[in-house]
Design a protein. Structure first.
Length: 397
């Protein structure tokens, strides 16, 4: 058993100015907001931030995963494409989830047998499951014929047809479902029906919020009718959309010790993932309404802190909404507020658990309390991964 080592966290903080944007909408189709410190703020949920980061990592690594309830349907599609009859392909797809454990994964019969729970799987699992079905085709054909015969028999009123027995080898199906990709090891996975498939996430992403008051701003627009009658003018569509503007505080943290454990001690892969995650955190945003807002700005400031034992968010710095500078703008006051809060926490907590910290910014003047200044985001990524490296030498028991 490995010697105990305290968890090492890499905290990432960003101040990100955005023009008119609609990165994240609620059920009312309006930008999400939250009430913080008695003031309405623009908000982007952690789920909306996490997905583009995950997709960026998967694209970079060429290792894709899928969050889905459609596994049995997609397996059936693959088998039909391989020439299987419609009914046998559907039966085999259902058998994949029926054979995943002793009782089978729960499914929704009224929705074509999709799984009740969302699964998080490597995308190439479809190839492996299709190959497994091909190997056991004879057994599946026999079981399908038996199920059809059972269904044709009259049953007593109020009784339900007997559930088909598992045909595919449960251990093999479960092993495929439990497989991981790099992003599954990073973000974690919950699957209560196969407990050994659960992965504790190493990355945590907080909802982003504006550091100042930021309510909804209306945008009345029309779509012109290009094929209208001669002499007529007007719009074919009229609507009011809403957007928000402002400077967001964004925060994420990675438990490097947990990530190394999830990767079975592969320290090189853990540090590579940390570097890629940091870059994606800085450079990706939710793509909502991008064609009509194009909010493709980059963070004004990114600050990292490598800490032992627990992470530390600076969100409390902005409980009191920042006021605009005399000449306008929230970014400069937000930087000052973040710097002062970091300094206060360094005094309060001490620096014994603070392994390293630094920042990169578009600002020309230095910033206090944030550690070493780096000229570029690339240099920042290199510095924080190097500072985090000592955690790789020991993983918690």
């Amino acid at each position: 058993m490995a010697a105990y080592s305290p968890a090492r966290y890499i905290d990432l903080h960003a101040l990100h100015p955005l023009p008119a944007s609609l990165l994240n909408r609620g059920e009312d189709n309006e930008p999400k907001t939250l009430m913080l410190g008695g003031a309405v703020r623009a908000m982007v949920s952690s789920q909306a931030l996490k997905r583009p980061i995950r997709l960026a990592l998967e694209q970079e690594l060429d290792e894709h995963a899928a969050r889905t309830r459609m596994l049995p349907l997609r397996v059936a599609d693959a088998l039909r494409a391989a020439g299987w009859p419609e009914d046998l392909a559907a039966f085999a797809g259902a058998q994949v989830v029926r054979s995943a454990n002793r009782e089978g994964l729960k499914t929704e019969d009224r929705q074509n047998g999709i799984t009740s729970a969302m699964l998080y799987l490597p995308r190439d699992i479809l190839d492996d499951l299709t190959a497994l079905c091909l190997k056991y085709r004879t057994d599946l054909e026999e079981a399908h014929a038996q199920a059809a015969a059972d269904a044709a028999r009259p049953t007593k009123k109020g009784t339900r047809p007997r559930k088909p027995a598992a045909v595919l080898p449960t251990a093999h199906v479960a092993a495929l479902i439990k497989r991981r990709t790099a992003t599954i090891n990073l973000f974690g996975r919950m699957l209560a029906e196969i407990p050994s498939a659960q992965v504790d996430g190493a990355a945590q992403i907080a909802p982003a919020f504006s550091v100042h008051k930021s309510g909804l701003q209306p945008d009345f627009f029309t779509a012109v009718e290009d094929w209208g009658k001669s002499g007529e003018s007007g719009g074919a569509h009229l609507q009011t959309a809403f957007f928000t503007t402002g400077t967001l505080y964004r925060y994420a943290t990675v438990n490097l010790t947990e990530l190394i454990r999830n990767l079975d001690g592969d320290e090189a892969q853990a540090h590579n993932l940390l570097a890629l995650f940091t870059e994606a955190f800085m450079m990706t945003l939710p793509p909502a309404k991008k064609t009509s807002t194009a909010p493709h700005t980059v963070p004004h400031l990114v600050h990292y802190a490598v800490r032992d034992r627990r992470p530390v968010s600076y969100a409390a710095a902005f409980e009191q909404p920042v006021k605009a500078a005399p000449a306008g703008g929230y970014t400069a006051p937000a930087v000052q507020t973040l710097s002062e809060h970091a300094g206060a926490l360094n005094r309060l907590l001490g620096t014994r658990r603070l392994v390293a910290h630094g920042y990169a910014t578009a600002q020309n003047t230095p910033i206090e309390h944030l550690g070493t200044r780096h000229d570029s985001f690339d240099e920042l990524i290199d510095a924080l991964t190097a500072a985090a490296a000592p955690a790789a030498s020991a993983v918690s028991a």
